[in-house]
Structures are given as structure tokens and as C-alpha cells.
Design a protein around this ligand. Structure first.
Ligand code: CMP
Length: 142
């Protein structure tokens, strides 16, 4: 999910392009405004933490872009591409190091396990919004 700061700062194209260039296949994509209920469900693991309210305020403050990507070990690959939660701790070359400065405005979120990915994709997409197609370069990536 490209968070509000990623959208408002005009980084949608840059972020999507990094995922696509790696070889991940985008199979669902949309821009939405998340309501508080959905935001609290998305971040249920952080309920009770001191930054929770700030996190919900931030993620509901402007549109976000949600997407589902497919590929070999996609959850792990996406986590590596985005980098550690705190952009200063993230490695150069990752989205968060290259494009963000603070943990509270780290421009992108991704599920941290296959189980969370399954939960989070259902929060934002119906089955009929998930596309089935073949990238023309698939045979050259795998
Ligand atoms: P994300 O990967 O979306 O998951 C939870 C988010 O909480 C995290 O990125 C940060 O943007 C936000 N956050 C704010 N403060 C903290 C903090 N102190 N520790 C971890 N996450 C934080």
C-alpha cells in the first residue's frame, strides 16, 4: 500500500515502477481513501501501542494506493524492496531509504507474512478485482 505521503508527494509511479522492474506482476490496483474502521483492522497488530492513533490519523488523511503483486516469494521480495520500517535503518536502494526520512512517514506498507497478505488483500479487494494474465517477459524472468 502506497501510503498518503507517497501519494501526495507524487511517488506512485516511482514506487510501482520499482516493483514492476523487479519482475513482480501487479494483479490488482486501486486508489482509495481508507476509513478509520478499515485502518484499525489493517493495523490491528499495533493496537495499544503509543503511535497507534497517530498511525490511523495519518493513513486516513489522504488517498492511498492498494495493490496485490504476484511472483516468486512475493511477500519476502516486497519486504526487501521496501526496506526496514525506519527509513534511516533501511538499506540504500530500498524504497524507504531512498525516498523517506521518518518512521511515521515511511511512504509504503506491505504485509509481513503470507498469512497477513491473505488477510490484508481481502480487506481491500473482492475476488473479481484480482486479474489473471501473463506478463510477456515471464519466460525471461523465470
Ligand atoms: P508499516 O509497515 O505500515 O506498519 C506499521 C506502521 O506504524 C509503520 O509502518 C510506521 O509507519 C508506523 N509507526 C509509527 N511509529 C512507529 C514506531 N515507533 N515503531 C513502528 N512503527 C511505527
Amino acid at each position: 500500500m502506497i501510503k498518503p505521503d507517497g501519494v501526495v508527494r507524487g511517488l506512485i509511479g516511482e514506487i510501482i515502477s520499482r516493483l514492476e522492474r523487479k519482475g513482480l506482476k501487479i494483479v490488482a490496483l486501486k486508489m482509495i481513501k481508507i476509513d478509520r474502521k478499515k485502518a484499525e483492522k489493517l493495523y490491528e497488530q499495533h493496537k495499544g501501542k503509543d503511535f497507534f492513533k497517530e498511525l490511523i490519523d495519518y493513513v486516513t488523511s489522504a488517498p492511498v494506493v492498494v495493490m496485490i503483486v504476484e511472483g516468486r516469494d512475493a511477500t519476502k521480495v516486497v519486504r526487501k524492496i521496501i526496506g526496514k520500517t525506519d527509513p534511516i535503518e533501511a538499506e540504500p536502494g530500498t524504497i524507504r531509504f531512498d525516498l523517506a526520512m521518518t518512521i511515521g512517514k515511511n511512504i509504503i506498507h506491505a504485509a509481513d507474512s503470507k498469512e497477513r497478505a491473505d488477510i490484508e488483500m481481502k480487506l481491500f479487494f473482492n475476488d473479481n478485482e484480482i486479474m489473471n494474465y501473463k506478463r510477456v517477459d515471464e519466460n525471461w524472468i523465470y
